[in-house]
Design a binder for this molecule. Structure first.
Ligand code: DAT
Length: 174
């Protein structure tokens, strides 16, 4: 099925700036911000809450079923700290946001993350886990790595993705 609007994944370690980017992009492009976290909670796509990590245990099959009909139509910015579960055919662009570890430490500390969760996420960012996951799951030309340390970087990232959306729309006009 061809989409009349593109689907974009914005991924990266928690605290990297996914939500902030998605909200601005949604406002500027008219694409819809799909917070997977909210879907997991609101449509109960989970097997309960993991108290130790303070996060939901996601049922990926349920999640995909819950969003499939909408996402296949196109026009979504998917906001999630994983990307390998989404079928390649759903996705036109994968943006992996990156951040320096000192900056990430401060952001997660400000969110009162417990020490084990904070350390795990710092390790994950340093090891480029999400970037690798994106590169393993999607074609090279679909994956873009962008830094999100400063407001200036965020603004330039948003502009860049907006430019990409504009070009996609021009190339896919029907
Ligand atoms: P995520 O959705 O990836 O967990 P977020 O958008 O909630 O991240 O951002 C976490 C915090 O960091 C939030 O207080 C906003 C701030 N932030 C994110 N990206 C930033 C950037 N590029 N420059 C300055 N602050 C940023």
């Amino acid at each position: 099925m061809t989409r009349s609007q593109p689907n974009i994944i914005i991924t990266g370690t928690p605290g990297v700036g996914k939500t902030t980017h998605c909200e601005t992009l949604a406002e500027n492009t008219g694409l819809k911000h799909l917070s997977v976290n909210d879907v997991v909670k609101e449509r109960a796509c989970h097997d309960g809450f993991d108290e130790e990590y303070g996060s939901w245990i996601v049922d990926e099959d349920k999640l995909l079923d819950a969003i499939e009909d909408e996402v296949k139509q196109g026009g979504y910015i998917i906001d999630w700290h994983a990307c390998d579960l989404f079928p390649k055919s759903w996705v036109d662009l994968v943006v992996v946001l990156r951040v320096d570890s000192t900056m990430l430490y401060d952001r997660l500390k400000a969110r009162n993350y417990p020490e084990n969760k904070l350390q795990e996420n710092l390790d994950s960012e340093i090891m480029q886990v999400l970037l690798q996951e994106a590169r393993d799951s999607y074609d090279e030309e679909v994956v873009v790595e962008l830094y999100s340390n400063t407001t200036e970087e965020m603004e330039s990232n948003v502009e860049r993705v907006e430019g990409w959306v504009k070009a996609w729309r021009e190339n896919n006009e029907r």
